[in-house]
Write a protein that binds this ligand. Structure first.
Ligand code: SAH
Length: 346
């Protein structure tokens, strides 16, 4: 099956002209429907025979919302079903300035971080560009259409975006396109566990995206124990790639630091982190671990989270706590998908 949301407008026009002898203005109408996440049966200005033919060979809505949970704080968690019945999740967080959607880039993940639910069963497959885009389009279509419902995007759902580099780059091109929903690059963040060559490559491509490094420990040996990617790329190499990213793009890099009880949350850890980041244009986002039952790890207590941030601030490092949202709806990476799959097995 061809995923139509994988295409730019010129690509879709070429595909439809070549395979269905469709006129360019009809291709444009179909492109409009795809951007509104409307399936073939809702494309009312397109002829029925064409829609039937298309439905046999192509997919209009690549990531369909099959489950929604709403948290007491307004956060919404979505489960998207792909055309091969795999599921991925996304989270919509509402802020004063707009709505941020967290999307997935892979089904599962092969990075093996010890605290993360997405990677427990390894990588199933990469998402295509259109499958990542479709998560945004499906949620955006929940708005009233008067303006954009999704204003910001973070690539922080399941998967490692830089391990699916080409599809993620194509997604960025599609979602920022003037023909499409035209989200500004500055409103998009990409989070990585630290795949250094790809971070540098991204810097060279000239996007003005925000880059986030999931660091979680400034010490190589300790980080290796929770994030195997450290075996391939050291903490210093990852930080050096962040500095390079800032030099090339002028975008301040965010360091993500998830506090795990008794593992990375002491004053000594804060000191090591501060000296690593010294002189760098970076901000540390601190969050307490969202416990995932399979991992047996615990989040740092409320008072120790505050202490850790205070240590960093005292050392001259810009740090704030990221609000933990949607705790009551299994907001942490991969948890809702696991619950859904477990329920299906029962
Ligand atoms: N692979 C990318 C993006 C997906 S993970 C990355 O590593 O950045 C998004 C963020 O959620 C990362 O910072 C990750 O370390 C963090 N994360 C994963 N599981 C978590 C959990 N149980 N509690 C808190 N943060 C978690």
């Amino acid at each position: 099956m061809t995923i139509l949301q994988d295409f730019t407008l010129p690509e879709l026009t070429e595909y439809l002209t070549a395979n269905y002898s469709v006129k360019p203005y009809v291709a444009k109408q179909i492109f409009g429907w795809l951007n509104k996440s409307v399936d073939f049966d809702g494309m009312t200005n397109i002829s029925k025979p064409l829609r039937q033919q298309l439905a046999e060979n192509a997919v209009a809505v690549a990531a369909r919302i099959v489950q929604t949970r709403v948290s007491v704080d307004g956060t919404q968690k979505f489960l998207f079903e792909l055309s091969d019945k795999n599921v991925v999740e996304g989270v919509l967080m509402k802020y004063k300035y707009g709505n941020t959607l967290c999307v997935s880039s892979q089904v599962g993940c092969r990075m093996g971080c010890k605290f993360c639910a997405s990677t427990l069963e390894g990588l199933v497959r990469n998402l295509t560009a259109g499958e990542i885009l479709s998560q945004v389009l499906s949620v955006n279509a929940l708005g009233d259409g008067s303006n954009r419902y999704v204003t910001n995007i973070v690539l922080m759902g399941s998967g490692e975006p830089l391990d699916n580099f080409d599809n993620v780059v194509k997604f960025l091109r599609l979602v920022t396109s003037k023909d499409g929903i035209n989200i500004s690059e500055r409103n998009i963040s990409l989070s990585t566990c630290g795949i250094v060559p790809k971070m540098r490559f991204l810097a060279d491509m000239g996007f003005s995206l925000n880059l986030t490094l999931s660091l979680h420990n400034a010490d190589n040996a300790e980080r290796q124990a929770i994030m195997p990617v450290t075996n391939a790329y050291s903490v210093e190499e990852a930080i050096s790639a962040c500095r390079y990213y800032f030099e090339k793009t002028g975008r301040r890099v965010i360091i993500e630091y998830t506090l795990i009880d008794h593992q990375n949350d002491t004053r000594a850890h804060a000191l090591k982190l501060a000296s690593l980041l010294r002189g760098m244009s970076a901000h540390v986002n601190v969050i307490a671990l969202n416990p995932v039952k399979e991992t047996g790890l615990k989040g740092t207590s409320e008072s120790n989270v505050k202490k850790f941030i205070q240590h960093l601030t005292d050392l001259g490092i810009s740090a704030t706590r990221r609000r933990t949202m949607g705790q009551d709806i299994e907001g942490a990476c991969g948890q809702l998908r696991r619950r859904y799959l477990n329920d299906k097995h029962d």
